[in-house]
Design a protein around this ligand. Structure first.
Ligand code: CTP
Length: 413
């Protein structure tokens, strides 16, 4: 698999995906899905059922995938008329999105009455479906039977989501969004270095209240912590994310605990940390909080107002000093002297790893430039988006903990 320098494998790069599109309104979302997959470097061969072709034309998919689109089992573009076998030969995954109730029924029965159903039967690769249908069709015992049958046959069933439907009703049956399908595909292809391990992550800022309407806080967006939680989860870990106030969606498969103040974050972390192999303290915890919280809104009056602040507990230092501490990762956001301060933090707090960066290069941005500091010295990672940087960190930790099977990684096995 190709890798960029940060050690983050682009999990969809070079992957061969056969995408079946069946006849549901959500077929229009499959166009967006193809665009995202191609952007991520995947090769996408689209197979349209006759129903799917009613909703979106082959031309749309051909333009987006840059490859021929297949509809007919007797397509003469395959010299040996073996499209049903050729297409999934060498494919990494057969994905059906949207997957109608009828398609689910035919896959569950093992029918082979159109090109897609035949491919599903003749494949050697894994298969995933993203159901999309009216809520009553989804809840019907026949569809539920088919879902169970498919799961028992090893098919991954992704969704459906709940919400407003094209028919005007509300309930389960919407196809999960293309973005979530891509996240699931990335998780599917990611190496499972951390399976069987639990990881606790903190992220975001804390709010330290002054009065009922005012807080002291900082500019942390939470993006780095969320990206790290997601990368650990995709790498197979059971991840708990203790999050300060941010406006970010919870990464797929991550258990999120929302807190507001540093003291709440400390309590949430100390309660959960036993049993966790790794603690990644990415939160920008406020070092100080107001000594007094006014029960009423503070009214303006004097020309000057002095706030008295008291120190907050250092959550990371406390966790690292536990009798049986997890493997601790700290973050050092500095505005100068990065090497000196980051290394000092690692030693003084007794951490296994410190991820250092210069604040002016990270705060609120999607990209980050970090340096890793551990007992072996400093390892700079290349500037990359926070998702790639997160994978660079995850890979480094997996190496340090001896979780990467280098022979498998090289492709020898
Ligand atoms: N941290 C923490 N609890 C605090 C403060 C920080 O857990 N009360 C964690 C952060 O999540 C981060 C690391 O400690 O992993 C940052 O170290 P720290 O020395 O506290 O950094 P700053 O707060 O930036 O400290 P300084 O102002 O001394 O640079």
């Amino acid at each position: 698999m190709e890798r960029n320098e940060s050690g983050a494998p682009p999990f969809l790069f070079g992957r061969r995906i056969v995408l079946g599109v069946t006849g549901g309104v959500a077929a229009y979302k499959a166009a967006e899905l193809v665009r995202r997959l191609v952007k991520a470097g995947a090769q996408v061969d689209v197979v349209l059922t006759p129903g799917g072709a009613h909703f979106v034309t082959p031309t749309t998919f051909q333009a987006l995938s840059g490859r021929p689109v297949w509809c007919d089992p007797w397509d003469e573009r395959r010299a040996n008329a073996m499209a049903h076998i050729d297409l999934t030969r060498g494919a990494d995954l057969l994905l059906v999105a949207p997957c109608t109730a009828d398609a689910m029924a035919r896959f569950a029965q093992g029918q082979a009455d159109d090109l897609l159903a035949t491919l599903a039967l003749a494949r050697a690769c894994p298969m995933a479906v993203a159901p999309a249908m009216n809520r009553q069709m989804w809840l019907h015992p026949a569809t539920q039977r088919n879902r169970e049958r498919l799961v028992a046959d090893g098919v991954l069933v992704w969704g459906p989501a709940e919400g407003e439907q094209a028919c005007g009703e509300t309930g389960p049956g919407r196809m999960i969004e293309p973005e979530e399908i891509v996240a699931r595909l990335e998780a599917f292809f990611a190496p499972k270095w951390f399976s069987g391990h639990a990881v606790l992550v903190t992220a975001g800022p804390t709010y330290e209240p002054l009065d009922p309407v005012r807080v002291l806080t900082n500019l942390s967006s939470g993006k780095m912590g969320y990206a790290l939680a997601q990368a650990f989860a995709q790498a197979g870990a059971a991840v708990t994310l203790v999050s300060g106030p941010v406006s970010l969606p919870t990464p797929l498969g991550v258990t999120r605990v929302d807190v507001t103040t540093a003291e709440q974050m400390r309590a949430a972390v100390l309660e959960r940390v036993p049993g966790h192999r790794i603690f990644a303290s990415v939160a920008a915890v406020a070092d100080y909080r107001p000594a007094r919280v006014s029960p009423q809104k503070i009214k303006k009056g004097a020309e000057r107002l002095t706030l008295e602040l008291v120190r907050n507990p250092d959550i990371l230092a406390e966790v690292a000093a536990l009798p049986e501490p997890p493997w601790c990762i700290g973050f050092a956001a500095e505005s100068e002297n990065l090497d000196e301060y980051a290394e000092r933090k690692r030693r003084e707090k007794g951490l296994q790893l410190v991820v250092g960066n210069l604040v002016q290069e990270a705060m609120g941005r999607d990209e980050n430039t970090v340096v890793l500091y551990d007992e072996n010295g400093r390892i700079p990672l290349p500037t990359a988006d926070k998702v790639q940087v997160a994978w660079g960190i995850v890979r480094h930790v997996a190496q340090r903990l001896g979780l990467i099977d280098t022979a498998v990684e090289r492709g020898d096995l």
